[in-house]
Write a new protein. Structure first.
Length: 148
């Protein structure tokens, strides 16, 4: 194979790995290979032998992978599950706007931020208006809360 063709192969591979990293969910899986192919590209344009290009690609890719893996694990551990809909309210603190309890004629509710939600306590205890509560979980359309 023509040695000049490796310049373009390495360059194309660099683009594929870097664009693949940008398009993929997750942290730093393809980037180390992109770094390795970038080094091999520079060597190919410098007319270094193909075998040295391959060695550089492998060594730099493995070193980059080893260097980026701890950072990737740290970033992944900091990410929590995305909270959407009403599940985003779990753990939030709110204020009772209508008394909560079993013997009331109206359903109770709480306010979190600017939103008002129907709510109840786990054991249906009475909680008066103005009490601070924390959302523990959700049952149907009602927030289940406990006193703070």
């Amino acid at each position: 194979m023509d040695p000049e063709i490796w310049q373009w192969i390495w360059l194309a591979a660099t683009g594929v790995f870097v664009l693949g990293e940008l398009a993929m969910a997750g942290s730093f899986f393809l980037l180390p290979f992109g770094v390795g192919t970038a080094v091999a590209t520079v060597l190919a344009f410098s007319n270094v032998s193909e075998s040295l290009q391959w060695v550089a690609f492998i060594v730099v890719s493995v070193a980059s992978l080893a260097a980026l893996r701890p950072l990737s694990k740290k970033l992944d551990s900091q990410e929590g599950a995305a909270k959407v809909g009403s599940t985003r309210l779990i753990g939030e603190i709110g204020i009772v706007t209508k008394d909560l309890g079993a013997d009331l004629t109206e359903n109770g509710s709480i306010q979190i931020g600017r939103e008002e939600w129907p709510a109840e306590t786990e054991n249906m205890e009475h909680v008066p208006t103005g009490t601070r509560v924390k959302v523990t979980h959700i049952e149907g359309t009602r927030l289940v809360v406990e006193k703070v």
